[in-house]
Ligand binder design. Structure first.
Ligand SMILES: [Zn+2]
Length: 411
């Protein structure tokens, strides 16, 4: 099967996840793709383990046991931010670098997405303007399957190759039930990035903040020096924060983001998230809240309850001992005359969570763009090259000895 055939087959299966669902997987339809992949993995002759209850696939292509064991991970689900069923991909051969008409009123414009110009002469796969494409992360799955097929067919020397396909990545739950004991690779990569040549290993530290303000109410006619309106206090808190918000920052700058406020004069609850790449700055952002609240509590003689909950951490710290994963990937990419790209991920990844559980796992590009939207597109030649990068990485580690590597024990 060609990579394009695989990709078209996978995106035809709706796997939209649902953040409101309480079950795992969040939607049963994800199992339809899982079952298809299981058949294909069986056909290729891999050992498979299917966690049919939760929708996780783990598989092993046995290789030379003296080499390190390497793992690759992609996710089955697609984002609920755009429709994921009845996807009608358009294939544009020899792309001319101009705007692409998706349907009668939706246009993929070069002005809005100047990256398109990097793909002149290549094969674009776009949507028809009313769904997402599903390159996130079916491009990753297709590239992994293509890499496996290569090693099965060529019998080129390799170590044990583990692969895992997880449900519910888009709703942040894919690692909850990920069983690392079924995935005993020394280290691995998630194949869930965007541009060809991406090797990403830095992501945000993240926390959620809840602030509960108890005001003091009384008859407004006699309120002078007595009334403390909790809604007013909420505005003071928000106005005391530095102006770093998602919409005012990029690159390595973190932010404070007010997500929700609910309240009345007596009682107000605020929900924030904070993000930062740097651990010290991240802790400082938490302290900023503590300081603001202390001042207001004293000034107004009220109670303000602050709850800080860490969500995920930057994987950079956890990858320190395993920088060979970045170096080797970059060397493979450069050997193919492609420029490696390492940009900070302004979010979390599965690999970040796994890295902190002791399984080092940076993220690789897939050749897909504009994820979670009707403007999503993939570049076929970049997908093919991304799959070749996986093959190159496996070959590179096949020259090393497993004794050089230990899986960092779980803290
Ligand atoms: Zn993804």
């Amino acid at each position: 099967m060609t990579l394009l055939e695989r990709f078209l087959k996978y995106i035809a299966i709706d796997t939209t996840s649902n953040s409101k669902s309480k079950t795992t997987p969040s939607t049963k339809i994800q199992l339809n793709l899982a079952k298809e992949l299981l058949l294909e993995l069986d056909y290729l002759g891999l050992e498979t383990f299917y966690d049919s209850e939760n929708g996780y696939i783990y598989a092993l292509l046995k290789g030379d046991s003296s080499c390190p064991k390497i793992g690759f991970i992609s996710h089955l689900d697609t984002s609920e931010e755009a429709k994921g069923n009845n996807i009608k991909p358009q294939i544009i051969y020899d792309y001319n670098g101009l705007d692409v008409k998706l349907n009668s009123d939706k246009i993929l414009r070069v002005k809005d997405y100047p990256d398109l110009l990097n793909h002149k002469g290549k094969t674009l796969i776009t949507t028809s303007g009313d769904t997402l494409l599903g390159a996130d992360d079916k491009a990753g799955i297709a590239e992994i399957m293509n890499m496996l097929e290569y090693f099965v067919n060529t019998r080129h020397h390799h170590g044990d190759i583990y692969v895992a396909f997880t449900p519910d990545e888009e709703i942040g739950k894919s690692i909850d039930k990920f069983d690392l004991s079924k995935f005993p690779a020394h280290f691995g990569y998630t194949v869930d990035g965007s541009s060809l040549g991406e090797v990403c290993y830095e992501n945000f530290n993240a926390a959620s903040i809840t602030i509960e303000i108890e005001g003091i109410s009384c008859h407004y006619g006699y309120a002078k020096d007595k009334l403390v309106n909790s809604l007013y206090i909420a505005t003071l808190i928000n106005n005391s924060l530095p102006p770093e918000r998602p919409e005012t920052t990029e690159g390595y700058t973190g932010y404070y983001h007010l997500e929700e406020v609910n309240g009345n004069v007596n009682n107000t609850i605020m929900h924030y998230i904070i993000r930062d790449f740097n651990q010290e700055n991240f802790e400082n952002r938490k302290s900023t809240f503590r300081k603001i609240i202390k001042v207001l509590e004293e000034k107004f003689s009220i109670k303000i309850k602050l709850t800080i909950k860490d969500s995920y951490q930057n994987m950079k710290e956890a990858l320190k001992e395993n920088m060979h994963l970045i170096d080797n990937a970059k060397e493979v990419i450069e050997s193919m005359n492609i420029k490696p790209i390492s940009r900070p991920i302004r979010g979390g990844t599965d690999g970040a969570q796994l890295s902190h559980k002791g399984f080092a796992c940076p993220n690789l590009g897939t050749g897909g763009h504009n994820f979670h939207s009707i403007y999503e597109y993939a570049v076929l030649e970049d997908m093919e090259k991304s799959s070749e990068i996986l093959i190159g990485i496996v070959k590179r580690y096949a020259k090393r000895n497993s004794k050089e590597f230990v899986r960092t024990p779980k803290k």
